[in-house]
Ligand binder design. Structure first.
Ligand SMILES: *[C@@H]1O[C@H](CO)[C@@H](O)[C@H](O)[C@H]1NC(C)=O
Ligand SMILES: *[C@@H]1O[C@H](CO)[C@@H](O)[C@H](O)[C@H]1NC(C)=O
Ligand SMILES: *[C@@H]1O[C@H](CO)[C@@H](O)[C@H](O)[C@H]1NC(C)=O
Ligand SMILES: *[C@@H]1O[C@H](CO)[C@@H](O)[C@H](O)[C@H]1NC(C)=O
Ligand SMILES: *[C@@H]1O[C@H](CO)[C@@H](O)[C@H](O)[C@H]1NC(C)=O
Ligand SMILES: *[C@@H]1O[C@H](CO)[C@@H](O)[C@H](O)[C@H]1NC(C)=O
Ligand SMILES: *[C@@H]1O[C@H](CO)[C@@H](O)[C@H](O)[C@H]1NC(C)=O
Ligand SMILES: *[C@@H]1O[C@H](CO)[C@@H](O)[C@H](O)[C@H]1NC(C)=O
Length: 677
């Protein structure tokens, strides 16, 4: 048994938690230092949920793109794609999920930088439908730090109101008091609306519809703005946005609920020879649960019926995942779009981690604070746990030998990924960490000075879990469940605050603890001077000693602010040297102007089957009046392959810096990233 936990006496001393060092080392190897103080630790008798929890932190880390002085953002694809915002690679459709994952990171920098970027001068808020203000608010509920969010209030309103004007991709219909959007711009091409608007002929674009998604997003954004306005003491503004939210809620309930289908479904905004404005679409879609993701619907017997379809194998429940629409739909799973001979993304049936995330977040809300569905035994914690496990299983890519590799979408009846393009591995377009911590473990973040725990984990099938090193409102929180007492020496559910037991229960039930907020440790924001977002050769620019290397994209990749060590060649990241022959190689960064430098973080990849190895040593020089000179008092850490090697020296100013190293004989080296500070 590798995990020992000793709970000492409740009164005399703090509990001893899991062995974080051992868990992190086991999951992350040489890259462990990145995670060590950044992630909450989790274990569970459901080993798939546990393994995927750590894999999802690997995805989170891999998608943190350092934009230098623009801070960090979360990317969606590891490879660049044609429809991203250049040069940052921003795609906002999953920003709410990125922020909900990031709110559990102990290092607040990532979500804070990201929300500043999303609402900053380089924003692109109408790239897709969005719930960014809500995502920012959800982060505040965990950290409790108001001043990182109140400054965004004006821009949040500006973005919110921009959805009012009629754009080509979506807008607000004043005759219906509802938002409409093109499914493609809702991040969900080939829905019933877009396929049927084309007469079953296509469905990539078009199909403008009043959708449960965008209206729920604007509902959530309005409430977020209202709540943030309250934090600033602007009660008039708070009231104004509360009213906007209430108005959306009323109209969604009155007009997007289809009582025949017992589901929230789209109505057409498009009016053409194939479909008619304001008609309902002709089937159920998984997007119909998004209203609960944002707590929009009232708790009624009627709306509770929607949850029956989620568990029905002839409707939305595939044997390996949740279908995006139902087999009864005429064009269910018809493949329209290919890239070469590979099937492209579609939302006419495949299981999508994106909407699975929304649905599980919705279900966690339903189980937590809606009564009708559970009282009528429509759906239960056992279902939450089973669907979360089913979702965890999708992360094991059966087309790649069952390794952990999440891709875009899946056949819900086989569990096999559909797309499999070079851009596909380790796709960050969904959440999981948040579903574990706010759902399964049940930390229900609140704005007031309470810590509320209500696990959606099923006590009959989950014999134990423990989550710890969670920072909530400035305190260290742990939540532990042990059905028998055999795992941790104490039976039941226990909540610890700052190492002391604060509440307990024999059952997986709700526990609420008073927790006066504390200011958490301040965030450190070192700015990498070397990062170049654009591959077009602007300063700072990378250069290599191998004069016949013309792969400027690969040379740029070593300063592009992206770091990961996944071995798949499709997503190789960095500059590869020629195979070593004993001669020294250098990678140089030119800054254009004199730049003061004093440390570096160097990332080398290694994989023996690919004959790529880290070099065994390195040195650093800067250019001084045209001469290359060693930095003085250099402290050079030993090279860590697939991890970060740190170096520091006496601060020195120069226009250029060089990293010299000698690849091992017959082996290439790959410089993933060279960051200079
Ligand atoms: C944690 O695990 C490591 C590695 O197995 C071990 O060296 C260390 O003693 C353990 N720490 C505790 C507190 O048990
Ligand atoms: C309506 O459906 C037909 C038959 O598929 C298709 O050819 C036509 O382009 C569709 N009309 C529009 C406006 O998409
Ligand atoms: C914007 O939307 C609100 C509903 O949130 C509506 O009351 C208002 O009239 C709209 N304003 C404009 C200028 O369209
Ligand atoms: C629900 O939608 C279907 C299909 O579009 C439609 O035939 C039916 O009349 C709708 N039900 C209600 C109560 O409007
Ligand atoms: C169920 O919904 C009805 C309205 O349909 C509501 O009055 C009632 O309070 C709800 N029941 C529970 C147990 O919450
Ligand atoms: C170098 O300095 C010039 C003049 O101040 C400035 O215009 C330019 O942007 C600087 N270059 C970089 C890469 O910062
Ligand atoms: C050794 O490697 C260096 C760097 O790749 C290359 O420039 C040189 O030509 C190689 N020498 C021989 C003898 O192959
Ligand atoms: C090395 O790369 C291969 C793919 O070329 C991969 O199958 C293998 O898992 C990698 N090894 C490690 C230790 O990551």
């Amino acid at each position: 048994m590798h995990l020992r936990l000793l709970i000492l006496s409740w009164l005399t001393g703090p509990a001893l938690g899991l062995n974080a060092t051992e868990l992190i080392q086991g999951y992350f190897g040489n890259d462990s230092p990145w995670y060590a103080d950044r992630i909450p630790i989790f274990e569970s008798s459901a080993s798939d949920i546990q393994d995927v929890y750590y894999y999802r932190w690997n995805i989170f880390r891999a998608h943190q793109r350092d934009l230098g002085s623009d801070g960090y953002i979360s990317t969606e694809f590891l490879n660049d794609v044609g429809w991203q915002t250049q040069p940052s690679a921003l795609l906002i459709d999953a920003a709410n999920m990125h922020l909900r994952e990031g709110r559990w990171c102990r290092d607040r920098r990532f979500k804070d930088d990201y929300k500043n970027f999303l609402f900053g001068p380089n924003k692109n808020p109408y790239q897709f439908s969005e719930s960014m203000a809500d995502g920012a608010w959800q982060g505040y509920l965990v950290d409790g730090v108001a001043d990182t969010i109140t400054g965004l209030l004006d821009t949040m309103q500006e973005v919110y109101n921009g959805w009012n004007s009629t754009m080509t991709i979506g807008g607000y219909d004043t005759s219906k008091n509802l938002y409409w959007i093109q499914p493609l711009t809702d991040a969900t091409e080939y829905t019933i609306a877009s396929i049927d608007a084309s007469g079953g002929y296509d469905g990539f674009g078009g199909g403008y519809a009043f959708r449960p998604s965008i209206n729920s997003y604007q509902y959530a954004n309005a409430l977020a703005i209202s709540n943030i306005a309250s934090l600033t003491g602007d009660e008039d503004l708070a009231e104004q946005y509360k009213d906007k939210a209430a108005a959306i809620k009323t109209v969604v309930q009155e007009t997007l609920w289809n009582s025949t289908f017992e589901h929230f479904i789209d109505r057409f905004h498009v009016d053409n020879e194939n479909v008619t404005y304001w008609d309902f679409i002709r089937g159920r879609e998984l997007v119909g649960y998004v209203p609960w993701t944002h707590d929009l619907p009232d708790d009624t017997e009627e709306f509770a019926q929607a949850w029956k379809h989620l568990l029905d194998s002839e409707k939305l429940a595939g044997s390996h995942g949740l279908r995006t629409n139902e087999p009864s739909y005429e064009y269910f799973m018809r493949q329209y779009r290919y890239e070469g001979d590979k099937r492209e993304c579609q939302w006419n049936g495949p299981a999508w981690p994106y909407q699975t995330t929304q649905t599980l977040a919705a279900l966690a809300n339903l189980l937590d604070h809606y009564n009708n569905a559970t009282e009528a035994n429509i759906i239960s914690k056992a279902d939450y746990t089973n669907i979360l496990k089913q979702y965890a299983q999708l992360h094991y890519n059966q087309n790649r030998g069952g390794i952990l590799d999440l891709e875009e979408d899946y056949d819900a009846d086989t569990g096999l990924p559909i797309v499999g393009l070079t851009r596909s591995p380790h796709y960050f377009h969904s959440g999981f960490i948040d579903l574990v911590l706010s759902g399964f473990v049940g930390i229900r973040p609140r704005a007031d000075d309470k810590l509320e725990i209500n696990p959606a984990a099923d006590g009959n099938s989950i014999s134990y879990f423990r989550a710890e090193k969670i920072i909530y409102h400035g305190h260290e929180v742990a939540v532990q469940w042990d059905a028998s007492g055999d795992r941790y020496g104490e039976k039941g559910l226990i909540v610890e605050v700052d190492g002391n037991k604060a509440a307990n229960s024999d059952e997986l039930a709700r526990l609420t603890v008073d927790i006066p907020r504390q200011t958490p440790a301040s965030v450190e924001r070192p700015i990498a001077l070397s990062v170049q977002q654009s591959p077009t050769g602007e300063y700072p620019v990378g250069k290599v000693s191998v004069t016949d290397d013309t792969n400027t994209d690969a040379i740029h990749a070593a300063i592009d602010g992206r770091v990961w060590f996944f071995p798949e060649s499709d997503i190789a990241n960095g500059w590869d040297t020629p195979a070593g022959n004993g001669s020294e190689i250098w990678y140089q960064i030119d800054f254009e102007n004199s730049t003061k430098m004093q440390s570096a973080e160097i990332a080398f990849f290694a994989n023996s089957t690919q004959e790529i190895d880290a070099p065994s040593d390195y040195r650093i020089q800067t250019s001084q009046s045209g001469q290359w000179e060693d930095v003085s008092n250099g402290k050079f850490d030993k090279i860590l392959e697939n991890g970060i090697t740190k170096a520091s020296w006496d601060a020195v100013s120069s226009e250029s810096i060089r990293l010299y190293f000698t690849p091992k004989d017959g082996r290439k080296a790959r410089l993933v990233e060279l960051k200079v500070f």
